[in-house]
Design a protein around this ligand. Sequence first.
Ligand SMILES: C[S@@+](CC[C@H](N)C(=O)[O-])C[C@H]1O[C@@H](n2cnc3c(N)ncnc32)[C@H](O)[C@@H]1O
Length: 301
Amino acid sequence: MCRKHLGPDRAPGGVSRLHSILKTMDQRGVGVAALEIGYNAGAECYEQDWLPSAKVAVDRLMELVELSPGQRVLDVGCGTGYTTRQAARAVGPAGLVEGVDIAEKMLDVARRRCGAEGLNNCRFVRGELLETMAACPAGTFDACTCTWVVGYVSVKALAEAAAHVLRKGGRLGICCNAAWSPKDILSVVMRMIARHPWIMRRTVNFPFPSTRRGIRKSLIKAGFSDPVIETGTFVMRYESGRHILDQFERSGEAEVYRQAIDPKHFDSLMAEFVERMEAEYLTPAGLPVSYEYFVIKADRS
Ligand SMILES: C[S@@+](CC[C@H](N)C(=O)[O-])C[C@H]1O[C@@H](n2cnc3c(N)ncnc32)[C@H](O)[C@@H]1O
C-alpha cells in the first residue's frame, strides 16, 4: 500500500502513521480455515454469482490447455466443479478428472452437478491443495488446472506443487485475478482502511500476481517451459453498492474480512463502502465493475 493507492483522503497523520499502525497488526493474516468457512457458507450461490461473467477466463484456459480423450487431470481448488466438468467432457469416459478442495459444501455441489450431467469420470477429494499435491506420487497427471484460486496460494507455490504431480510434457493451466483487480473496489477499500487503519485486527495477504514477468519467472524456476500468459477483462454490472455488498457477503472471501476487521466496526465500514461505491461509480445504467485477470498455460519440462 503506498501514497498512490491511498488517494486524497488518506490516513490522518499520513502514510507513516498508517505504516506504524499496520506494523502493530497481527501479521499472520487470515488463512485457509477462514476460506473453508466462507466457501462452505457461500457454496450454493457461488456459480450463479461469479461464473456467468468469470467463466470467460476458464473457457479460454480450456482452449489453451487442449485436453485429449483418455487423459488424467487434477483440478485443484475445484470448488463447485465448473472447470472439473469441462475437463471431464474433454477427456471423455476413458479419462479421469480429480477435483480437490478444502470446502466440503463446494464439493457437495460439484458431485451433485456432475451426477446431474451424467459425468462418471470425476472424483472429488476434500483437502488443502498444496498438501494433497505433495502427497501424490510424482508424475501422476497429464494436466493440472487451477481456476480462480491463485491469490489464495501463490503462483510460485502452485507451480512447484504442479511440477511434482505432472508427468514430463504435462500441462499446467491457471486463471486468476490480477493483484490490482477489481481496481475500483480496491481503491475504495484501500482509502477506507487508510482513514481507519485501527479497524484491521489482522492483515489480509492474498498473493495475487501482478506482472507477466513475475509469473513467468515462477513457472520457469519450478520446471515449466513455453509459458503462455494472456490478460483479459470482464465487467460485472451491479444494480447498486448494496448489490455488490450482498454478493460479497455470500462469497467465500467474506469470512476472511470478517476475521480481519474489528467486529465493532464491521457494519459501519460496510455501510461506508456502499455509500462510497455509489458516490464514485454509480451510473444510470448501474454500477459496472471491471475485473482484470491472467490466463496462464505452461508445459512441464
Ligand atoms: C473462487 S473458488 C474457485 C472454484 C473453481 N475452481 C472455479 O473456477 O469455479 C476458490 C476455491 O478454492 C478453494 N480453496 C482456496 N484455498 C484452498 C486451499 N489452500 N486448498 C484447497 N482449496 C482451496 C475454496 O474452497 C474455493 O472452493
